[in-house]
Design a protein around this ligand. Structure first.
Ligand code: SF4
Length: 375
């Protein structure tokens, strides 16, 4: 328990209360996704067609915020006008701040042990982020050993030895948010183009280190679909990561309120569905980009599978569920379902639950180019 009188009396802050958080810093505090806070029983709430998330997504937190300036991100430096860093939105949802002691306590005692199959620590670009992530990880491994930990890294501040140290401290999976899939888009959205420190080559270097240090199936990359790349370009990046032994975690571009790209349109539904399906084929379906065909605009016109095989895959609905680090039941289904992190309940891009027959029928219509949402 903190002895600081400014933080001691209140242990949890609901986002809508707009409590200022100058003294809430990691590793004493973390932010967590709204879905995680609901599942952990910290706030009341209900999410459309999904009772809980199976991944406890945590984010390191500092009053100074992230020092990078990614154009699509709600945590970026240019939003310094928002005095309360912990009140900023990130992947569309609020991330309330909570004492780490309380998280550990609830995980050790109060929560249904099947609820969380994974925990994830998201680093940001901040001088304390690397060291504090290690503190959070070591404590978790010691006190909640039954829930494996993923690290969403910040390659800009890391060297290979940092990956080795995280692995040796007990991290299970290492991920890199590459996000932008060509050097030009990367530079324009998270590098020099927006006065941000990230470099394309360093991100790929971190992915290659992850392949060596964590090994096959134990690393992954986040890719955002819809920031100006072609379907072929994003699938080439996905294939490169799969060839290294990793998996791809796809995000549909959806304009984050307050970000430099807030005026952009979300990724078109048909483009997104094709990319989801092709990514699943590359990651889990035994297919390769070399067997797929693309038109002059780089859109997929042939997935490289037989009609029956392709139909069965679409009917399963799995390619259209949220992709991320696996849970303990099915390695093809992500524990991290990020409810409505890249879309609204009326126009779901990544389904945070298993699709029913009606959902699959809607997806088929979207793939055919029909202008139809998911409600
Ligand atoms: S480094 Fe991550 S948290 Fe920071 S601005 Fe970029 S995407 Fe957002």
């Amino acid at each position: 328990m903190s002895t600081n009188p400014e933080v001691a009396p209140i242990t949890f802050y609901r986002p809508n209360y707009h409590v200022k958080t100058p003294f809430m810093r990691s590793p004493e505090y973390v932010q967590m996704s709204t879905a995680a806070a609901i599942t952990l029983g910290l706030i009341p709430g209900h999410m459309h067609r999904t009772g809980c998330t199976h991944c406890l997504n945590l984010l390191v937190t500092y009053k100074e915020g992230c020092r990078a300036n990614c154009a699509y991100c709600g945590l970026a430096r240019h939003r310094e006008e928002s005095r309360d860093y912990a009140d900023r939105n990130f992947i569309r949802v609020d991330w309330p701040a909570v004492r780490y002691d309380e998280v550990i306590e609830r995980m050790s005692t109060g929560v249904d042990h099947n609820a969380f199959q994974r925990m994830c620590i998201s680093m940001i670009t901040h001088p304390d982020s690397d060291a504090d992530t290690m503190v959070l990880l070591k404590r978790w491994v010691a006190e909640v050993p039954h829930v494996p930990v993923s690290i969403l890294s910040n390659p800009t501040t890391m060297e290979r030895a940092d990956l080795v140290a995280l692995r040796d401290a007990g991290a299970d999976i290492f991920t890199v948010a590459l996000d932008a899939v060509t050097p030009e888009i990367f530079d324009r959205t998270r590098g020099k183009g927006v006065d941000s420190p990230h470099k394309w080559d360093k991100y790929w270097q971190a992915i290659e280190w992850a392949a060596e240090v964590f090994g096959p199936e134990k690393f992954g990359a986040h890719l955002i679909c819809g920031m100006g790349e072609t379907e072929k370009e994003i699938l080439e990046a996905a294939q490169r990561i799969t060839d290294l032994g990793g998996h791809n975690h796809m995000f549909a571009f959806f304009p984050e309120r307050g970000s430099l790209m807030e005026d952009w349109d979300p990724v078109p539904r048909d483009q997104w569905r094709r990319v989801q399906l092709a990514r699943f084929i590359i990651d889990y379906g035994g297919g390769r980009i070399d067997n797929m065909c693309f038109d002059e605009q780089g859109a997929v016109v042939d997935f490289g599978l037989g009609m029956d095989e392709l139909d069965a895959l679409i009917r399963s609905g799995k390619p259209f569920q949220t992709s991320g680090c696996p849970g303990r039941n099915d390695e093809e289904v992500s524990a991290c379902n990020r409810p409505y992190g890249d879309s609204t309940p009326s126009d779901i891009r990544s389904f945070p639950f298993a699709l029913n027959a009606r959902d699959v029928a809607i997806v088929r219509r979207q793939m055919a180019g029909e202008d139809v949402g998911t409600l």
